[in-house]
Design a protein around this ligand. Structure first.
Ligand SMILES: *Cc1c(COP(=O)(O)O)cnc(C)c1O
Length: 404
């Protein structure tokens, strides 16, 4: 059986390519029109950026949106607007992209890592509550892979403790919690438009909010501290130039039109793939509760149990699955607090209190997700057909049969 595996020269389980990004002449024409117009940049050159911002805010059911250069700066805009002060603590998960936590460092604040729930890989509300101190100011839940966090519980904790909540929805474009779009539930929602994300212009980011003051401050910080009605060379706040171009904005407007259909397709494929993988011993898809009215599967995650695969390590398994033609990945190598940035406290000019010590942090669920459990199937593969989901599950079975 082993010789049938694609990694050993056998036939692949699936030979189809899953393209990303998806575009046609509409995108090409939209960008070309801006190039021809010579109006490439904002704020004084054309209205494509503001047009996209209102489209995205409306799509999310939020009052305002402020675009910016990426989904890391967007977190910084949100944090500063929420009024954090040096030394304040910000609660973040350890199973996420680095900038969820490093944006906190860039605000001279202390990221406090709390563990994830083993069934959803999202921050566990009980762990959040236990981590709150008198220095806590903000909670940043990450809707990991596009699966909504338990927002009712998180907003309730925030209300009781007087905290702000920033949703890191970099994986969550178009996904929902109880019928509400991710990013629109807390004080601010932050998104990335980097090339791997479910809505992309190569690079880019955006924040959404219903709050007039947060909106005004995020706009100001994005535009070198200028304010509405102020003079061009009058600067009121410590921002920077984080503006996007008109080319990005029209690309995003075109891509946004495709997003609802793409999200529905990933959602439906995810449901189907759950039913297929659940039947395989040693494979457990993450739990999807009733509150998840739409999942956008930026990452489809399942848990892998090596003991049901003849002891094959997760990394070997992921390599074999990749060789079979399934666009998958073994995920993060370790939780964020294990990064040299935190272990060596390479905080450079940032004023992080001496008391911040990451050498003793231990989040067992995140550790296990990284080392042995979590396997990712990537979003562009979730845009396939139902037959492709069957082929993915078939590839997992094929590896299992060869391994045991
Ligand atoms: C991608 C990502 C970011 C950062 O976005 P960039 O646009 O790459 O800066 C932040 N948080 C999460 C969870 C991400 O996946």
């Amino acid at each position: 059986m082993k010789e049938h595996l694609a990694i050993n020269g056998g036939d692949k389980s699936i030979t189809k390519n899953f393209p990303w990004p998806i575009y046609d002449e509409q995108e090409v024409e939209a960008v070309a029109a801006i190039v021809r117009s010579g109006k490439w940049g904002n704020p004084d050159c054309g209205d494509a950026v503001e047009k996209f911002e209102s489209e995205f805010a409306a799509f999310c059911g939020s009052k305002y949106a402020v675009s910016c250069v990426n989904g890391s700066v967007s977190l910084r805009l949100a944090l500063i607007s929420c009024g954090v002060k040096p030394g304040d603590e910000v609660i973040v998960p350890p199973y996420t992209f680095i900038t969820t936590a490093s944006s906190v460092i860039e605000c001279n604040c202390v990221p406090v890592f709390v563990d994830i729930d083993p069934e959803t890989y999202n921050m566990d509300p009980k762990a959040i509550e236990a981590a709150i101190t008198e220095r806590t100011r903000v909670i940043i839940p990450v809707h990991f892979g596009g699966l909504a966090c338990d927002m009712d519980a998180i907003m309730d904790i925030a209300k009781r403790h007087g905290l702000r909540v920033i949703e890191d929805a970099a994986h969550g474009h178009g996904a929902e919690y109880k019928g509400k779009k991710l990013g629109s539930i807390a004080d601010v929602g932050s998104f990335s438009f980097q090339s791997s994300k479910n809505l992309t212009s190569g690079e880019g980011g955006i924040v959404i909010t219903d709050d007039d003051d947060l909106y005004a401050m995020m706009r100001s910080l994005r535009n070198v501290g200028r304010i509405e009605g102020g003079q061009w060379y009058d600067h009121y706040n410590p921002g920077c130039n984080y503006r996007i171009t008109q080319m990005q904005a029209v690309l995003l407007s075109s891509q946004l039109k495709r997003l609802p259909e793409q999200t529905q397709r990933r959602n439906d494929n995810g449901f189907y793939l759950n039913t297929l993988l659940e039947k395989i011993e040693g494979i457990t898809p993450l739990k999807r509760s009733e509150e998840i009215t739409m999942h956008c599967y930026h990452i489809y995650i399942f848990k892998y149990d090596a003991s049901k695969f003849g002891g094959l390590s997760k990394n070997q398994f992921a390599e074999m699955l990749t060789a079979e033609g399934v666009p998958c990945f073994k995920g993060y190598p370790h939780p964020l607090y294990k990064q040299p940035l935190f272990q060596n406290k390479n905080f450079m000019c940032y004023a992080i209190p001496e008391t911040a010590d990451y050498s003793q942090v231990n989040c067992p669920v995140a550790e296990q997700a990284c080392s042995t459990d979590a396997v990712w199937i990537l979003q562009h593969a979730m845009l396939g057909e139902p037959e492709d989901m069957e082929a993915f599950a078939g590839a997992v079975r094929k590896i299992q049969l060869a391994a045991i």
